[in-house]
Design a protein around this ligand. Structure first.
Ligand SMILES: *Cc1c(COP(=O)(O)O)cnc(C)c1O
Length: 241
């Protein structure tokens, strides 16, 4: 079995190859480790191996692992479905929330950030496959959503780009059209987004498809399995009582 450090090294090699093949610089693409269901020690190992950031997708798990110092030394992102009643536990605790999937959630984050006297970095999640099972902004809603937020006299969110999780693909390459559509949306949104941040991200690509996502223009891939190994659903995680 390879170690987390070895896995990160080989993911980096594959990322760099995909970037170069697309005429891009490998340095412009960040590697976010999707560390759900992996313990604090695994997170620390990934950080020592130079992961750019870690992304969690369950609030309770994140709070628990933070108390075990899982994230010291790397930016922490929230990448999972975020319920409004858990916003309080995430705002100000993470460097970036990828998964802002509705105006209602955005408003809740904005309100909480205002109460805490801070500005929360967020991405808008786009339901690029138009799936009923997924939340997210529809592609045609993105521009008006950004404009509406930027027009506010006061705001406590900074929209730093877009995120998408395309449908589960049967075959390699199947999600390329979705990735390309996301890239277009991102490029179209960039002039607007530059009004509130000069650090912008297009978050897309996971273990099974990050090379395609990079070919299409992703600037941040979220990789779990290829770094940490298979997740064991069902088995209670030992350190999560
Ligand atoms: C788990 C997860 C990933 C990583 O998935 P892998 O297929 O294990 O690489 C990426 N994004 C989100 C939102 C996730 O929840």
């Amino acid at each position: 079995m390879s170690t987390i450090a070895e896995n990160i090294a080989s993911v980096r090699v594959r990322m760099a190859e995909a970037a170069r093949a697309a005429g891009r610089s490998p340095q412009e693409i960040l590697l976010c480790g999707a560390s759900k269901m992996n313990d604090a020690a695994a997170c620390r190992e990934a950080i020592s191996a130079g992961i750019d950031c870690l992304g969690e997708n369950r609030v309770q798990e994140m709070v628990q692992k933070r108390s075990e110092h899982a994230y010291v030394g790397a930016p922490l992102h929230f990448i999972g479905v975020l319920q409004k009643n858990k916003v309080r536990q995430v705002v100000g605790q993470v460097d970036l929330i990828h998964s802002v999937d509705s105006m209602g959630l955005l408003d809740e984050i904005d309100k909480r950030a205002a109460m805490n006297g801070l500005t929360q970095n967020i991405l808008l999640e786009v339901n690029i496959g138009g799936e009923d099972s997924k939340s997210g902004f529809r592609p045609e809603e993105v521009e008006s959503a950004i404009k509406a937020v930027l027009a506010r006299p006061e705001r406590h969110v900074r929209i730093q780009g877009l995120m998408a999780i395309p449908p589960i693909a049967e075959k390699k390459g199947e999600n390329m059209p979705y990735f390309l559509e996301m890239r277009h949306l991102f490029v179209d949104s960039t002039p607007l987004l530059l009004h509130n941040s000069d650090e912008l991200y297009l978050s897309m690509g996971m273990s099974s498809d990050f090379e395609d996502a990079i070919a299409a223009g992703s600037t941040m891939v979220r990789v779990g399995t290829a770094i940490f190994g298979a997740r064991h659903y069902g088995a209670p995680a030992e350190n999560l009582s």
